[in-house]
Write a protein that binds this ligand. Structure first.
Ligand SMILES: C[S@@+](CC[C@H](N)C(=O)[O-])C[C@H]1O[C@@H](n2cnc3c(N)ncnc32)[C@H](O)[C@@H]1O
Length: 325
């Protein structure tokens, strides 16, 4: 869907220029850049076409083995998860939807927060994940479905959230709009995603690592800085988003060793394994010498226990307006 077709953003859009004010103008397009002056942002960091990490999560066929990663990630994001629940402003009896609910763990926590008179649904496009969730939490409500076409009526929920889902999608803005559609006016809509271009592994050289991780995150993820993209889009649409930076718990030598032992392409290890370093060398983002030094630093940190994997998560949330702007 072209951005100009997006009639569903219910905000009074900010008008920044006369061209912007014309009714036929795309609501989100930046001012056109003359052909003679192409935008060359991040010239040293090419954005490759394939995004294997996101392709895995967005496939609609997430398998049972993903549970291992989800449980590890849930421990790491415990602080952010709780904060995201607070931002939803839940009360006894609230109705809530968790989009891309995975194995259902967050739905179970949300049920505690809204009490027996509340109603919590989890939706996921992986039948395997929905079956896992139903088996683990038989009292909760789970349904297989796609965030791009949510199987719920308009204005149904008091709050809708998605955690580490929109960053993997082709069109996260469309998905966010779907989440808005099923939220009651005055209800909260929230997305929490990792700030993947700002990972850091101590004790690597921070400057080299920044170059490496920006490239790697862009290569393996669809939207490596989705929270910032979403914030930007919402502000342009005239919304007043809440934005909060929360920290994931640091990955330590112990948790990283366990993660690396899985050798899984969807582990945290995917962000810094030898194949990832080789891609970055081949793309000219880091030199072979820098790649080798990074590997030595990581190994040293694992050996002496000083390694830390540090990562931020960003919450972006809005209150759905009472009436269309
Ligand atoms: C990284 S996992 C996060 C799971 C969960 N939110 C959590 O924090 O543990 C992403 C989840 O989103 C689901 N997903 C991906 N694309 C989806 C889509 N288009 N519609 C619904 N669910 C989707 C995946 O199947 C997966 O369970």
């Amino acid at each position: 869907m072209a951005r100009s077709d997006r009639r569903w953003w219910p905000f009074g859009r900010k008008s920044t220029s006369t061209a912007d004010a014309a009714p036929t103008t795309s609501v989100a397009s930046p001012t056109p850049t003359p052909a003679s002056a192409p935008v060359t942002r991040d010239p040293l960091i090419p954005r490759p076409p394939e995004n294997p990490f996101s392709a895995f999560w967005a496939s609609g066929r997430v398998p049972t083995r993903a549970n291992e990663f989800l449980n590890m990630a849930a421990r790491a994001s415990a602080l952010g998860k709780e904060r995201s629940f607070q931002v939803l402003q839940l009360r006894e009896g609230s109705s809530v939807l968790d989009v891309g609910c995975g194995n259902g763990r967050d739905v179970a926590r949300l049920m505690e927060l809204v009490g027996p008179t509340g109603e919590v649904w989890g939706v996921d496009n992986s039948a395997v994940m929905i079956n896992e969730a139903k088996a683990a939490y038989p009292r909760a409500l789970f349904v297989e479905g796609d965030v791009n076409r949510l199987p719920f009526k308009d204005n149904f929920f008091d709050a809708v959230r998605a955690e580490r889902v929109l960053m993997h999608l082709d069109d996260p803005f469309h998905a966010f709009a779907e989440m808005l559609r099923v939220t009651k006016p005055g209800g909260m809509v929230l997305s929490m995603d990792a700030d993947c271009e700002n990972y850091y592994i101590h004790p690597c050289d921070p400057v080299v690592f920044q170059r490496f991780i920006s490239y790697t995150s862009r290569r393996i993820l669809k939207h490596s800085r989705l929270s910032l993209e979403l914030y930007d889009e919402l502000v342009k649409q005239g919304a007043q988003p809440i934005i909060e930076l929360t920290a994931a718990l640091p990955g330590t030598a112990e948790t990283l060793r366990a993660d690396m032992a899985t050798q899984s392409p969807i582990s945290a290890y995917a962000f810094f394994n030898p194949a990832a370093r080789l891609h970055a060398v081949q793309a000219g983002v880091i030199t072979e010498a820098e790649s080798e030094e990074m590997a030595r630093d990581i190994q040293k940190g694992l050996d002496d226990g000083t390694i830390l994997f540090l990562q931020n998560q960003i919450i972006v949330a809005i209150q759905k307006p009472e009436s269309e702007g």
